[in-house]
Design a protein around this ligand. Structure first.
Ligand code: NI
Length: 172
């Protein structure tokens, strides 16, 4: 297990469309463990493999509220098969430090995926979990939250991120 480096916008690797896994193996489980560790270390509620430079269709989510027991969920080769409703949610992303933006999403989703043991499952989700599934699934397709914004917001977010990264660099 290891805490991995999280790629930050505008790293071009965040734009790649990730490859499906042919098999879920011990190696996959190691990747999943490291991704979960990385997500928790960064205080995030979701992380997709392309954000740590891994070209695979995997993401992890923990949408438990503060003070609730952790609720790690693993999605391998996920497919959103149904969306319903719509809402606006204030989202952040570990690849966009210092930025949160209101983004329009479906309110409920049904997703099919494999878990870390290769077992298929289907899940209906709403609330933060539904938002996180849509956000992380976008990452697997090289789609980022900034793509959902108008040109002005995109410029502002881009500026916020470069400022946050500069501050980070000057502190280390
Ligand atoms: Ni993200």
């Amino acid at each position: 297990m290891a805490v991995l480096e999280i790629l930050k916008y505008p790293d071009p690797r965040l734009r790649q469309v990730a490859k499906p896994l042919e098999q879920v193996t011990d190696e996959t489980r190691k990747i999943v463990e490291s991704m979960a560790e990385t997500m928790y270390a960064a205080n995030g509620c979701g992380l997709a493999a392309p954000q740590v430079g891994i070209d695979s269709r995997i993401f992890v989510i923990d949408a438990a509220g503060e003070g609730e027991p952790s609720d790690l969920r693993v999605f391998i080769n996920p497919e959103i098969v149904k969306t319903e409703g719509g809402l606006t949610w204030e989202e952040g992303c570990l690849s966009f430090p210092g930025a949160t933006e209101e983004i329009r999403r479906a309110e409920r989703v049904t997703v099919k995926a494999l878990d870390q043991f290769g077992n298929p499952f289907e899940l209906q989700a709403d609330g933060l979990l539904a938002i996180a599934i849509q956000h992380e699934n976008d990452h697997l397709n090289g789609v980022l939250m900034i793509d959902k914004l108008n040109a002005l917001r995109r410029r502002l977010v881009s500026r916020k991120v470069s400022r946050a990264l500069q501050e980070e660099a000057s502190q280390s």
